[in-house]
Write a protein that binds this ligand. Structure first.
Ligand code: MAN
Length: 560
C-alpha cells in the first residue's frame, strides 16, 4: 500500500512538474504558473482555487478540465476561457498570456512553452529578445549618462549663477542707496535753482503782460484820437452831428437816410469833444467806421499837426510808464528791434495797397518820433503780437543754472530707474523655479523654435509661447508661463503655459510641454490633440535621470 501510494505520488509529480524537452525549451516550474504563485500549487493532496471558491483534488490541476471559476486550476492548459498561462521565458521576461492561446499552434511565448503539447516546433527567441532589450536599455542608459553629465554641468553653473546673482543684487541695493541719497541732494539743488528761475520768469511774464496792456491801451487811445481827428473835418476839436452824418456807413438802417436824429442818438448830444467822444461814441462806431476819401492838403497838414501833438503826449505818457518799471530796457529795445523787422516785411507786402498807405504813413511818422520806446502807435501789430520777448540776461543765467541742476537731477534719476529695473529683473529671475537643483536654469531667457508645415511654434521659457503663422498674419500667443505640472513624484516632467489667446467659441489657448532626456535642448514635436490645447515634446539633458544612467543590466540579471 505504501509502495502504491508513493508510486502514484511520483507519477503525479512527473505529470505536473513536467520537464519538457521540446527543442531547447525546458520547464523547471509548474507549467503556466508564475514563480510568485508557485507556493499555491505546492500541495499535492488538494488545490484551493485562487479565488477561494472551491477546493479540488490536486490531480485536477492542469488536467485539461476547468474546475475553478477563476480558471486557476488550469494554468498550463487552454481548458478555462478566463485562465492565464504564464510563459516562464527563461533568460528573458516571464509573461502571462490568455490560456486559450495555449496549444493553438502559434508560438506566443518566446520559450515556446505555450505549445508544449503540439507538434509545432517553437524556436526559443528569449535569448535574442533579451539581447535586444539589453542593447536598448544600454543605449538609453548611455543617453541618460551623457545627459546627466550635461545636467550636472548646468546645475553647477546654476549654483554659480545664483551666488553671482545674490552678490550683484547686494551690490545694486547698495548702489541704489547711494544714488537715492544723491538724487535727494540733486532734487534739493534743483529746487534751489528753480525757485529764482521761476520767480524771474514770472516777473518777465508779468512785465510782458503789463507792457502789452499799455500798448493796447495806447493803441486804443491812438485809434480813438485818429478817428476823432478824421471826423472833425473843421478842426474845431468837436465832432458835430453834421460831421458824423457824412459817415453813412454808421447808419444801422442802410435803406433809409442817415438822419440827424440817428446821428444825435450816436453822439448823445449835438456835438462832443475828444473826452466825450472817447467815453460815449468811440466804442459804438469803431467796428463799422470807415475813413472818408482823402482830405484836402490843408486838412491833411492839420491832421498831421494834430497827430504830432497826440504823439508827443503819448510819448511822454509812455516814458513816464517806462521809468516807473525798473529793468525793462531790455524789453523795449528788443521790442523795438522786433518792430523794425516787422515793418520791413510790412512795407514789402503793402506797396500797392492804397488804403494801407495811410497806415504806413502813420507808421513812418511814429518811427521817426519814437525811437527808443516801443511805439504804441503801431497798434495793428502790437495788439496782436503775442510772442513773449526774449528773456533778459539775468533770467537767462538763472535758467541756465536751473537747466544744469535739472539735467543733473535727471541723470541721477535715470540711474535710479536703471538700477531699480536691474534689481527687479534679478528678483524676478530668482523667483523662477528652475528645478530642485537648478537643472532647468539653462532655460532662463531662452527661446526655442519648432517648424512644422503651417506654423512655427516658439516657446520663450518661463515667459510665453507663440504660434507664428508661416503664411503671414500676426502671431498668436498660445500661453503665458504658468507652472510646473508634472506628477507629484516628478514635478519637473511637465510645464504649462496658460491663458493664451482665446479660441473662437473655445477656451483660452494653452500649451503643455513634456520633457524627456536628450543630449541637447530641443523641441521634437508639437501637436494640437484638442482644439487650442497644444502639447510639445521637448528633449533636454535637464530631464535625464541619474538612476537610469547608473543602472546597468547584466546578462544574468534576474529580470531576464
Ligand atoms: C488658429 C490656430 C489653430 C486653432 C484655431 C482655432 O487657426 O490657432 O491652432 O485650432 O485657430 O480656431
Amino acid at each position: 500500500m505504501m509502495l502504491l501510494s508513493s508510486y502514484i505520488t511520483s507519477v503525479l509529480i512527473i505529470t505536473v512538474f513536467a520537464t519538457i524537452s521540446s527543442g531547447n525549451i525546458e520547464h523547471t516550474v509548474l507549467r503556466g504558473v508564475p514563480s510568485s504563485l508557485q507556493s499555491k500549487y505546492a500541495q499535492l493532496k488538494s488545490f484551493a482555487c485562487l479565488d477561494g471558491s472551491s477546493t479540488i483534488p490536486f490531480e485536477y490541476v492542469n488536467d485539461d478540465y476547468c474546475d475553478c471559476r477563476d480558471g486557476s486550476d488550469e494554468p498550463g492548459t487552454s481548458a478555462c476561457p478566463n485562465g492565464r498561462f504564464f510563459c516562464e521565458n527563461k533568460g528573458y521576461i516571464g509573461t502571462s498570456i490568455p490560456s486559450h492561446l495555449v496549444g493553438d499552434g502559434i508560438c506566443d511565448c518566446c520559450d515556446g512553452s505555450d505549445e508544449y503539447e503540439t507538434s509545432v516546433v517553437c524556436n526559443n527567441t528569449c535569448f535574442e529578445l533579451a539581447q535586444k532589450s539589453r542593447a536598448e536599455h544600454e543605449a538609453r542608459r548611455i543617453l541618460h549618462e551623457v545627459g546627466v553629465a550635461k545636467k550636472k554641468d548646468i546645475m553647477v553653473k546654476s549654483i554659480v549663477a545664483v551666488s553671482a546673482r545674490k552678490a550683484r543684487l547686494l551690490e545694486l541695493e547698495q548702489e541704489l542707496q547711494t544714488i537715492d541719497n544723491e538724487l535727494k541732494e540733486k532734487e534739493a539743488l534743483k529746487q534751489l535753482a528753480e525757485a529764482p528761475e521761476s520767480e524771474a520768469k514770472e516777473k518777465h511774464q508779468k512785465l510782458w503782460e503789463e507792457q502789452r496792456a499799455i500798448r493796447e491801451a495806447i493803441a486804443h487811445d491812438n485809434q480813438m484820437r485818429e478817428m476823432f481827428a478824421d471826423i472833425d473835418t473843421n478842426n474845431d476839436s468837436l465832432v458835430s452831428i453834421e460831421e458824423l452824418q457824412k459817415h453813412t456807413e454808421l447808419d444801422t438802417d442802410q435803406e433809409n437816410e442817415f438822419t440827424v436824429e440817428e446821428v444825435r442818438s450816436i453822439l448823445g448830444a449835438d456835438s462832443v469833444n475828444l473826452d466825450e467822444f472817447n467815453v460815449t461814441v468811440f466804442e459804438q462806431i469803431s467796428n463799422s467806421y470807415q475813413k472818408l476819401p482823402q482830405p484836402s492838403t490843408e486838412a491833411a497838414t492839420h491832421l498831421e499837426e494834430v497827430t504830432e501833438k497826440i504823439d508827443e503826449a503819448l510819448k511822454q505818457e509812455e516814458e513816464k510808464k517806462t521809468t516807473t518799471t525798473s529793468g525793462t530796457e531790455g524789453y523795449y529795445e528788443e521790442d523795438t528791434n522786433h518792430h523794425h523787422d516787422d515793418d520791413s516785411d510790412h512795407h514789402h507786402h503793402d506797396e500797392d495797397a492804397d488804403h494801407h498807405h495811410d497806415e504806413d504813413a502813420d507808421h513812418h511818422h511814429h518811427e521817426e518820433t519814437i525811437t527808443t520806446v516801443a511805439t504804441s502807435l503801431d497798434h495793428g501789430k502790437h495788439i496782436h503780437d503775442d510772442t513773449v520777448p526774449q528773456y533778459d540776461d539775468e533770467t537767462k543765467k538763472l535758467m541756465e543754472i536751473a537747466d544744469h541742476a535739472r539735467n543733473e537731477y535727471n541723470e541721477v534719476e535715470r540711474k535710479v530707474h536703471d538700477v531699480k529695473r536691474q534689481i527687479e529683473d534679478l528678483r524676478k529671475q530668482a523667483d523662477v523655479d528652475v528645478g530642485s537643483h537648478g537643472e532647468y536654469s539653462a532655460f532662463m531667457d531662452q527661446c526655442f523654435d519648432y517648424d512644422e508645415r503651417e506654423y512655427t511654434y516658439r516657446v520663450c521659457m518661463f515667459k510665453d509661447a507663440k504660434q507664428i503663422s508661416k503664411g503671414g498674419g500676426s502671431d498668436v500667443t498660445i500661453g503665458y508661463w504658468d507652472a510646473w505640472t508634472g506628477p507629484s513624484d516628478n514635478k519637473y516632467l511637465k510645464m504649462k503655459y496658460a491663458n493664451g489667446a482665446t479660441c473662437w467659441n473655445g477656451p483660452a489657448r494653452s500649451l503643455t510641454i513634456t520633457f524627456q532626456c536628450g543630449v541637447d535642448h530641443k523641441i521634437i514635436d508639437v501637436r494640437e490633440p484638442t482644439r487650442c490645447e497644444y502639447s510639445m515634446l521637448f528633449e533636454t539633458p535637464s530631464a535625464c535621470d541619474e538612476k537610469i544612467a547608473t543602472t546597468i543590466i547584466h546578462p544574468n540579471h534576474e529580470e531576464f
